[in-house]
Design a protein around this ligand. Structure first.
Ligand code: MD6
Ligand code: FE
Length: 223
């Protein structure tokens, strides 16, 4: 009863998920503002550890252009792009070595966020780490290099804020412009799994934990 009265005066209750910790943005999309903020110092330390073994690099698109976002990976599989195309592979092409192990804190955060969004038993086997500096962007794309589209994706933003664009299953049509800030976790899957999305150009700034950059962790079940 209390709940019903409250919802009359607070619209935000209508799309609340997981006791108000998440906000539903689509049938399979939930944003958890600040969910990773408390863990962020540890997450950034783990990123630095991964990057010591598998340094950030600007991969080439299949068309031969260097991407503005610098990338690394951890976990059994890593996402790579080069003239041959996009794919997942178990070794870092820069070193020939396996990607660094996925830190337990990464796996736990991804599994917990997916569960809060209603995707039970998500066990990622790939974590792509994106590093954006001012001027970097990611153009509109679909994530479709994974084998099983019934598995969700968990995306964690750290450091400088950015505007994330969310379209439908075609490039054209209306786009939601979603600000993503430090510690925000976005989970999507189910009917939203193939939505087009992109990241607008990062603006200059300084973040106390990451300096002049934004990191994004994208957790996926690739195999
Ligand atoms: C980024 N993220 O936020 C890039 N893809 O830097 C993605 O491309 C992405 O955040 C699928 C699901 C969530 C994402
Ligand atoms: Fe993506």
């Amino acid at each position: 009863m209390q709940q019903d009265l409250f919802s009359l005066v607070d619209d935000s209750g209508l799309d609340a998920v997981a006791g108000g910790r998440g906000r539903r943005l689509g049938p399979g999309t939930v944003l958890f503002p600040g969910l990773a903020a408390a863990d962020a110092p540890q997450l950034v330390a783990e990123i630095n550890g991964v990057a010591a073994a598998a340094p950030f690099r600007h991969m080439q698109t299949p068309g031969g252009q260097a991407m503005s976002v610098a990338m690394s990976n951890c976990g059994p599989l890593g996402w790579v792009s080069d003239r041959a195309g996009y794919r997942y592979q178990a070794s870092d092409p820069a070193s020939g070595q396996p990607w660094p192990a996925m830190p337990a804190a990464f796996r736990q955060l991804a599994g917990a966020a997916a569960a809060l969004a209603g995707f039970a038993d998500f066990v990622p086997d790939a974590c792509l780490i994106n590093r954006y500096v001012p001027g970097a962007r990611m153009s509109l794309h679909q994530d479709r290099d994974e084998r099983d589209f019934s598995q969700p994706i968990v995306s964690v933003s750290l450091g400088l804020p950015v505007i994330f664009q969310l379209a439908g299953e075609t490039r054209s049509g209306p786009r939601l412009r979603l600000p993503l800030a430090h510690g925000d976790v976005l989970v999507w899957g189910g009917p939203d799994r193939l939505r087009f999305h992109g990241v607008q150009t990062l603006a200059a700034g300084e973040h106390p934990l990451t300096g002049a950059c934004r990191y994004n962790l994208t957790f996926r079940r690739a195999s």
